[in-house]
Design a protein around this ligand. Structure first.
Ligand SMILES: [Mg+2]
Length: 381
């Protein structure tokens, strides 16, 4: 079997799908979405495809080595996202070739179902409660919310109290048997995190996400030392090498993105590395159906897997939804807050190719917002 053709599709709301066709007729799909950078990644996929043409798609590891290292300049979100989409497609091809789900090729399933969480928006505590109720109605037992909007480097009492009030409101509606994770989104200074985290401890958040910017892993240990709340990070880290210092800094939850961190091949290795630091895997995935399916395939085969993010109904998804591009929506059904083990070959979902081709004609130009503080200076989103 040889790789014959590689195509990319920029589909709303903000995703980039990759389709790899072989001379045997087997087609694999992957997702190379890097939010806000899709056009750039599309070009990277097209360039990397030159290295894949005519090669055996079943030699996934060798292909990963060549795609990742087969050029003097390597790494970073653009190239790693491009490799990720191609890598997922190769695993999809392998699963279809052998007639088995990807998790079987990864050593077989270690769990029967995966716990899922959803996003809640809302700025004031009343809205938070409403949004959480909606996710509970959708069958979820865990949610995540942003700790705040833009945040001054040294927060005021009002800003700090607003964070605490929103988490308190979430805990009240969730009760003791459901969970709320709190995403700091790289918006907080270390000083703010160290101040607010102890105030959140009575509400026992599931984890505290991205308390420092990913380019500052040297700051992370002062955060993990300052709070009993499990600390998570990793959606903006792209390799094992970038995960090593954050694992050493004492995080509890690693959040590689299957579409940013080298695909199924590299995230499996990140999970294995995390395991020896007693760190659990909770892949980042506010993305499309292919990225989500790749996350789940890893999750079914990975012992230290905690929970899976998903973006069905997220506020970013304007113009299209996660389920719009799959033929059968049943594999993504929530049952008691979980997704049951997927049994279809490859990634376990069937892409609605016609829907993808026509969505690509519409395309998208999604961009992350640029925020400013009230004094006009740049603010982290
Ligand atoms: Mg996050």
């Amino acid at each position: 079997m040889r790789v014959d053709r590689v195509e990319t599709f920029m589909v709303p709301p903000r995703w980039l799908f990759v389709r790899v066709e072989t001379d045997s007729g087997i087609v694999g799909w992957g997702e190379a979405t890097c939010e806000g950078r899709s056009e750039t990644v599309r070009t990277a996929v097209e360039q990397l495809a030159e290295l894949l043409m005519g090669r055996d798609p079943l030699r996934i590891e060798d292909n990963w080595q060549v795609l990742t290292k087969g050029s003097f300049y390597r790494g970073g979100p653009i190239l790693a996202s491009a490799v990720s989409g191609l890598d997922q497609a190769l695993w999809d091809i392998a699963g279809k070739h052998f007639g088995t789900p990807v998790h079987q090729l990864l050593g077989g399933h270690v769990r029967d179902r995966i716990r899922m969480y959803g996003w809640v928006g809302g700025d004031d505590p009343g809205e938070v409660a409403d949004h959480i109720s909606a996710q509970m109605d959708a069958g979820l037992t865990a949610v995540k919310m942003n700790a705040s909007g833009r945040m001054a480097a040294v927060a005021t009492v009002a800003e700090l109290d607003a964070v605490v009030r929103r988490v308190a409101a979430a805990r009240e509606v969730l009760g003791d048997s459901r969970d709320v994770a709190v995403d700091f989104h790289g918006r907080f200074s270390v000083a703010n995190v160290r101040r607010v985290a102890p105030l959140l401890e009575p509400y026992r958040p599931f984890f505290l996400e991205e308390p420092v910017l990913p380019e500052n892993p040297h700051l992370l240990q002062s955060v993990t030392a300052a709070t009993s709340i499990p600390v998570s990070t990793g959606e903006r880290l792209y390799s094992r090498q970038e995960f090593l210092p954050v694992l050493q800094a004492g995080i509890a939850v690693a959040q590689p993105d299957l579409s940013h961190a080298g695909g199924i091949t590299e995230v499996r290795r990140i999970a294995s590395l995390a395991e020896i630091y007693d760190v659990q895997l909770a892949p980042h995935c506010p993305l499309g159906p292919l990225a989500l399916a790749a996350c789940l395939q890893v999750g079914f085969a990975t012992p230290n897997f905690l929970i899976q993010e998903q973006s069905i109904g997220i506020h970013y998804n304007q113009g299209a939804e996660v389920l719009d591009y799959v033929v059968d929506k049943a594999p993504f059904a929530f049952i008691n807050g979980h997704i049951e083990r997927m049994t279809g070959p490859g990634l376990g979902i069937e892409v609605d190719e016609q829907a993808v081709r026509s969505a690509d004609k519409r395309g998208h130009a999604w961009r992350g917002p640029v925020w400013r503080h009230s004094d006009g200076s740049f603010a982290e989103w």
